[in-house]
Design a binder for this molecule. Structure first.
Ligand code: SAM
Length: 287
């Protein structure tokens, strides 16, 4: 007889002593599943980034439950207490303000510690801006790199921009509206203007927009506008045939050799930057 145990659901939810990671909408409140609503209604407590935000969602579906704040500032102090609650048999739902908890939102540490205690963790999948943008971009979506928000510190940022410029895989980036223009200019510098891109604005909401089709055009589109709303970028990988002989490992090796021959880091970087037509700081940071 065919074993269907993996298809049907296990027990009635929520189960005692279980942490539920619940995906919530990224704009359109109708993007919530029946299963998520059932969990939010019936767990012992709901831990959320901002109780006011989660309350809006609960009110929309006429649900009420105990809401406890669990955000960037207070989450680390709360983990051991939550683990105790789970051990006493309580069920807990973790939500963020929008989308999947743990994706540039609190949750990662809690899940890792709860799992290390051997406590059950179940995800109720929901919307995620990265995946929503990716699959609607028309840009290859089977292999991709998710960078989240790029670092602000120049050294770290340039390293990642360099990696993106070299990557053959699609890259997804989150960005705030007031930093979008700077990011597009950085991408222009590292990836050049012809690189295919989609800037997804306000996904799932009334004024959803997909702006592209390449970096040059996205810059032109936004240049005289005040950027508003939530933004996710999808950047196509570099085409194989466009690959220059600019391998990071090769650059590192060349840098080492020049320094061995007596050049300072600065002089060697300057030389290689000129030779390869890229910024000196990129080579400098490879050391
Ligand atoms: N956990 C969320 C998820 O699963 O997508 C992401 C949280 S992160 C703090 C917020 C960022 O996600 C925003 O700054 C934006 O880059 C992206 N984002 C969230 N909602 C979006 C939307 N409706 N349209 C475009 N990007 C969105």
């Amino acid at each position: 007889m065919k074993n269907n145990s993996s298809l049907s659901h296990r027990k009635e939810e929520p189960e005692n002593g279980t942490l539920y990671i619940v995906g919530t909408p990224i704009g359109n409140l109708n993007d919530i599943s029946q299963r998520a609503l059932n969990i939010l209604k019936n767990v012992s407590l709901v831990i959320c980034e901002d109780t006011r935000q989660t309350k809006k969602l609960m009110n929309k579906f006429s649900i009420s439950n105990n809401l406890i704040s669990f955000n960037k500032e207070n989450s680390l102090n709360k983990i051991s207490k939550l683990i105790e609650e789970l051990k006493t048999g309580k069920s807990i739902a973790l939500v963020s303000d929008a989308g999947m908890p743990g994706i540039c939102d609190p949750g990662e540490n809690l899940v890792s510690e709860v799992k290390s205690e051997g406590i059950g963790v179940i995800c109720i999948p929901g919307a995620c801006a990265a995946i929503t943008a990716l699959v609607s971009s028309g840009i290859p979506s089977s292999k991709f790199i998710f960078e989240g928000f790029l670092p602000k510190k120049n050294i770290d940022r340039e390293k990642i921009l360099f990696e993106i410029s070299k990557s053959e895989k699609t890259t997804i980036i989150y960005e705030s509206p007031h930093r979008l223009k700077k990011l597009l200019l950085d991408l222009l510098e590292f990836c050049e203007g012809e690189r295919e891109i989609m800037v997804a604005r306000e996904l799932t909401k009334k004024f959803e927009e997909h702006i592209g089709d390449n970096i040059n055009n996205a810059i032109m589109y936004f240049q005289d506008k005040e950027v508003k709303g939530e933004i996710t970028l999808v950047i196509k990988g570099r085409k194989k045939e466009q690959q220059q002989e600019l391998d990071k490992a090769d650059l590192k090796r060349d840098l080492k050799e020049l320094m061995k021959a007596g050049l300072s880091l600065s002089a060697a970087s300057k030389y290689l930057a000129k030779k390869n037509g890229i910024k000196k700081s990129i080579i400098y940071n490879l050391n």
